[in-house]
Design a protein around this ligand. Structure first.
Ligand SMILES: *Cc1c(COP(=O)(O)O)cnc(C)c1O
Length: 395
């Protein structure tokens, strides 16, 4: 039983009055300051209707939608043989939508590479709609995930309709910085990627890695909750399960130009503004460099703390998949009292979001999430606090 209900211990994101907020939440989370300003300017101008109120079939929204897709294609170098869709239902919606679109009879096989809690959930959901097999990197003894599964030759059933993976496991802090080249290892099935928490933070070679579907709920790096970007190779359209709900049906929505039903107009507008910001700041290559720099600062303070802080991924193999987006760390070996003091003092300075409640429980690790909304300056502010706290409290 937790008796201390200090805001910082119950996941509050509101620091004391007049303190600038540095939001390290795993999501939903803040957008970059210049993006927030641009949203205020563009979407809440007294001179015109906000995209919140625009009919999705109006010419005004048509311009916003076309522009957003154009910019997203440009940022991520999405080839012409892919459709860009915006769906409702978040990442969880796609856990179901993927098999419903790719497995028409419900009997088809699909291979799931499970590297953390989200891909595990996706695998469980897929069982309702197809016949998935699992290759997992879970440590059965303690339930942790610290690597990406190694796929042995012939381990993927050649009848698999797709190979599913999550490129950044938000909770576990396991990230593949480049996609696995399964095609060169004789796997013909296309990759399906949950990139919800790392999309637009590194380039993707769509053809080389045989990407079939990639989706990202907007609320981590590219916008706010209520919208999911979904990118589908066109040859995979046209054969959904007859049970697939229209709102999840890639073929129906592609044919209708994203307007089969009411799309989340304001959210689409925001994604476009984020894409503009990415392009203005050097594009996805610069975003990757910045993500490396921000996360390295945090990992460095942990690695050089002589165990005052620790992060779960420590061997060379594990370090190679350390997430740049979500850095898990504990304080003084997970000591509850010291952790509570850490959280309270962080909160006093405006540092919030390090301990949020997840569907997978709280656990001993805090997490610093470093999406686009977290500036280099905010990352340095966190690291400086971590150093000060360590120097004050280390025995
Ligand atoms: C947040 C997240 C999800 C869940 O998305 P919802 O929008 O809550 O359904 C799925 N996958 C990953 C990798 C995530 O980070």
């Amino acid at each position: 039983m937790q008796t201390d209900t200090h805001p910082s211990l119950i996941g509050s994101l509101t620091p004391p009055d007049n303190t600038r907020t540095h939001n390290f939440s795993p999501g939903p989370t803040s957008l970059p300051d210049p993006v927030q300003e641009e949203i205020r300017r563009q979407c809440f101008s007294p001179d015109r209707l906000s995209s919140m109120y625009l009919s999705h079939r109006s010419p005004e929204f048509g311009t916003i939608l076309d522009n957003c897709i154009y910019l997203l294609r440009k940022v991520m170098a999405i080839p012409d043989n892919y459709e860009v869709l915006f769906t409702h239902g978040g990442g969880h919606g796609q856990f179901a939508a993927v098999p419903l679109n790719l497995c028409p009879t419900g009997e088809e096989k699909a291979a799931y590479l499970v590297s953390g809690t989200w891909s595990e959930r996706a695998f469980d959901e897929a069982k309702k709609y197809c016949s998935p097999s699992i290759i997992s990197s879970k440590n059965e003894e303690d339930g942790t995930y610290k690597t990406f599964p190694t796929v042995l030759p012939n381990e993927i059933d050649p009848d698999s309709k797709y190979v599913y993976m999550c490129s950044n496991e938000t909770v576990n802090g396991v990230e593949l910085h480049r996609l696995p080249d399964l095609k060169s290892r004789g796997v013909d099935a296309p990759l399906v990627i949950d990139a919800s928490s790392d999309f637009t933070t590194k380039p993707i070679d769509w053809e080389k890695y045989n990407v079939g579907v990639l989706y990202a709920c907007a609320s981590k790096n590219i916008g706010h909750p209520g919208l999911t970007a979904c990118i589908i190779r066109k040859d995979l359209l046209g054969n959904p399960s007859p049970m697939c709900p229209g709102v999840f049906d890639y073929t129906v929505n592609a044919k209708a130009g994203n307007l089969w039903n009411t799309t989340a107009t304001f959210n689409v507008d925001v994604v476009g503004i984020v894409m503009d910001w990415i392009l203005a700041n050097g594009g996805v290559t610069a975003m990757e460099e910045l993500s490396i720099e921000k996360s390295q600062l945090v990992y460095d303070v942990i690695d050089s703390s002589d165990g005052f802080y620790s992060t779960p991924l420590v061997t060379d193999e594990q370090k190679a998949v350390r997430s740049r987006m979500n850095v898990p760390f504990d304080v003084n070996g997970g000591d509850e009292e010291m952790t509570a003091t850490f959280l309270k003092e962080a909160w006093e300075r405006g540092i919030v979001g390090l301990r949020t409640l997840t569907p997978f429980g709280v656990g001993r690790y805090l997490r610093a999430s470093l999406y686009h909304g977290v500036s280099l300056e905010s990352s340095k502010f966190l690291v400086q606090f971590m150093e000060e706290f360590m120097n004050k409290n280390r025995l």
